[in-house]
Design a binder for this molecule. Structure first.
Ligand code: BGC
Length: 738
């Protein structure tokens, strides 16, 4: 348990890419052949001693993550630090899931711009937006001296209550892979290495340090691993971070199937694997399984394995020296490949205005309009509007844990003073971007009042006197603990919303949540917008969306269930533990994912359950029709073509989606999509190439993808449950390399 405490405390205070890469570089990544970074790495390696090489594979605490751990000489204050040999630049390693982190406020000028949550970015279905967000984070990191970022979270939402879902990109492997891959590419376009994490199956926080996620290999290849695979091909991360949990009994960071067979052999990954903080449990076993670097091993792990024991393992023949060569080569190769050596960081001030605007635009595209009865939104700029709750007068909430940033313009604890919770992850941090103030600025002729919502009688009074009530609901989710088992809002917020809606049916609910929640009041309110954790420009974005300066265009990256009974696992085992330490180490339990690859909407499809809101769903201020679906195929290229028409009276963005049903059944799968911007009355013909792996099963025996021969159903829809246009196509079947 000592170790448990240590680990949690540690956390507690804790476009390369297909688009930007040269065709040569892309080809190299695809076929695994050597490129210039490999040659340079090999050349340097040949001049290094064994001791030099061993010094590359172990990073130390960067100061700040342990609360009182000193910043090491040469370090800047962050998750980890490595003084490198052979004239290489040091590795300054920082968390940056949604913005550059400043653990324990260790750097006096460590404030940064935070993006909206990963789910908000995923809701844009816009890889360019994800890339820009990544580039923003990368450039802030570079300007503050960092060259390795712990970012790129790609674990699938297998449970809508996951404490870290907000850092990730939802429940679908294709959407996750493309969006997270684009973020990584954006970060690395700034000559900063990004990780892709947490590899793999770290889909829940409950028992994350000990539990075994059990799933058969074919199902894993078709779901969680496929998300990582696509993110890897899209973003070419310099590093992959292995996760805390076990997978089929074996810890992820010493799991030869994950690290060597899948990642390095099948996917030909040329970069290095680093462990999560406290996820290394051995020396030889880990090294042989494919772990290349132990992270913060002096503080995070039970023993500093790769510093104390690995040299002996090599000397005594348990680990071949060639494996240490490979470990060091991979790290150095990524440093050359991403530009750490040729483009070292240059300390300089952040471009706060540009960066905040990038974050605001992300939120404007990522907020999802879930309900809009009788066009209650956009709001009338001359109306009397009662704004209620959610601390909307001062800011927007953010998620807790290692992706937390110290927001610019706020004191270290944010603009809302919490009760002063001492244990992980502390009080929720509000970013100083007030929706209420920005609504005032956006609609100067409106009459706006603010009520904190803490006294329901007073809030009801305010709502009664207004033409429209806008209630802000918040849900704080964070690393280390999953959200309430019952999927409900806390602090009496459901009662508040229900009472306000009874007093004024013209009630709009703006949700700032880390996960989906049940909405018992849904039928009685006029409009609902899911704003997620809205980020540094969140208040402005929300105001502009509410008044129609921009139209919402987000689409859900995860199913919103109507009840927990609909889920593949209605209860999270162990969720009754009340403190975060117990929670993470709950038991050595096995979590059997017997739903296999049928995650999220695929599970709902298979069980014919009707969600509250389906995956892919999102309204806007205009209407669209999609029709004329036809599918042609040539070799492995299967192309869906159709027409999108803006049938409303204002410009807007539609995200038509293509789903497929395989000949042998199973839930439908997203196979492609397109974001389309159209003026009123405008129509456009759109073609979408279907991702071939979405047409396939993974054949473990032959280690290949198998597209079965037969009749495929293809749906064109505005969500995973939209059946309006469908065709059947016959494919002859083929196989593909893993
Ligand atoms: C988290 C990682 C993070 C690391 C360093 C861990 O607890 O799981 O996502 O990058 O800490 O702070």
């Amino acid at each position: 348990m000592m170790m448990a405490r240590k680990l949690v405390l540690l956390s507690a205070v804790t476009l390369g890419g297909l688009m930007g890469m040269s065709p040569m570089a892309q080809a190299r990544h695809r076929d695994g052949a050597a490129g210039p970074a490999d040659t340079r790495a090999q050349d340097l390696l040949s001049r290094m001693t064994l001791q030099d090489k061993l010094s590359m594979v172990f990073t130390i605490d960067g100061g700040g993550t342990m609360g009182n751990a000193p910043v090491p000489p040469g370090g800047l204050g962050s998750a980890a630090y490595l003084r490198t040999p052979a004239g290489l630049p040091p590795l300054q390693i920082s968390d940056a899931g949604l913005g550059l982190r400043n653990p324990s406020h260790v750097r006096p000028r460590g404030q940064a711009v935070g993006l909206p949550s990963g789910l908000a970015t995923a809701s844009t279905w816009d890889p360019d937006m994800a890339r820009q967000g990544g580039a923003m984070i990368g450039s802030e990191a570079w300007r503050q001296g960092f060259n390795v970022l712990l970012a790129g979270g790609a674990d699938l939402t297998r449970d809508p209550r996951g404490g870290r879902n907000f850092e990730y990109a939802g429940e679908d492997p294709l959407l996750t892979g493309r969006m997270v891959g684009a973020t990584i590419a954006g970060i690395q376009s700034q000559h900063v290495i990004s990780t892709l994490k947490h590899f793999a199956m770290n889909d829940l926080e409950t028992s994350r340090m000990t539990m075994s996620a059990d799933i058969d290999n074919a199902a894993m290849r078709e779901s969680d691993l496929l998300g990582f695979e696509i993110a890897m091909e899209t973003g070419h991360p310099g590093s992959v971070m292995c996760s805390y949990n076990r997978v089929n009994d074996i810890y992820a960071c010493e799991n030869p199937y994950l690290l060597t067979k899948v990642l390095k052999q099948d996917w030909k990954y040329p970069g290095f694997v680093m462990s999560d903080w406290g996820a290394t449990h051995s020396s030889a076993r880990s090294a042989l399984a494919g772990l290349d670097q132990e992270s913060s091993g002096d503080d995070a792990d039970a023993r500093p394995y790769f510093r104390e024991i690995l040299a002996r393992d090599v000397k005594e023949g348990r680990v071949p020296a060639s494996r240490v060569d490979d470990m060091a080569r991979r790290i150095i190769r990524s440093m050359y490949d991403v530009g750490l050596v040729d483009h070292p960081p240059v300390m300089q001030p952040l471009d706060v205005v540009t960066d905040t605007l990038a974050s605001q635009h992300d939120e404007e595209e990522g907020a999802v309009l879930l309900k809009n009865r009788a066009n209650l939104l956009p709001l009338d700029p001359n109306a009397r509007i009662a704004v209620i709750g959610g601390h909307a007068d001062v800011g927007v909430i953010s998620g807790g844990g290692s992706s937390q940033v110290d927001p610019i313009g706020a004191p270290p604890i944010g603009v809302v003073k919490g009760p002063g919770k001492k244990d992980w992850p502390g009080d929720p941090v509000y970013f100083p971007s007030s929706p209420f103030r920005m609504m005032q600025a956006e609609a100067p002729s409106a009459h706006l009042t603010y009520d904190p919502g803490t006294n329901i009688t007073r809030a009801v009074e305010a709502a009664r006197k207004a033409d429209v009530a806008v209630v802000f609901a918040t849900q704080f989710t964070y690393e280390g603990m999953d959200a309430a088992n019952a999927m409900t809002l806390d602090d009496n917020q459901d009662a508040l919303i229900a009472a306000v809606a009874r007093a004024n049916p013209r009630t709009v609910v703006v949700m700032e949540t880390g996960d989906p929640v049940l909405m018992p009041w849904l039928d009685n309110v006029g409009a609902v917008m899911e704003a997620w954790f809205p980020g540094s420009g969140g208040g402005t974005a929300i105001a502009r969306l509410l008044f129609g300066r921009v139209a919402p265009s987000g689409h859900l990256p995860m199913t919103f269930p109507a009840s927990t009974a609909q889920l593949a696992h209605p209860d999270i085992a162990g969720v009754t533990a009340t403190n975060v330490f117990e929670m993470q180490f709950h038991t050595d339990q096995e979590l059997v994912y017997d739903e296999g690859s049928e995650v999220g909407y695929r599970w709902f499809d298979r069980t014919h359950a009707r969600p509250l809101f389906p995956f892919g769903y999102g309204l806007t201020y205009t209407t669209f029709s999609n029709d004329g679906l036809r599918v042609r195929h040539h070799g492995h290229d299967v192309i869906a073509t159709f027409t999108v028409r803006n049938t409303g009276t204002r410009a807007g963005v539609d995200v038509p989606q293509i789903y497929v049903g395989l000949p042998d059944g199973g839930g439908r799968r997203l196979a492609g999509w397109q974001r389309v911007t159209l003026a009123p009355g405008e129509s456009r013909e759109v073609s979408v190439r279907l991702e071939p792996r979405m047409l396939a099963h993974f054949d473990v025996k032959h280690n290949r993808w198998d597209v079965p021969s037969g009749h495929y159903r293809v749906w064109l829809g505005s969500s995973a449950t939209d059946d309006s246009d469908q065709v059947t196509v016959h494919l002859g079947g083929w196989t593909m390399a893993p």
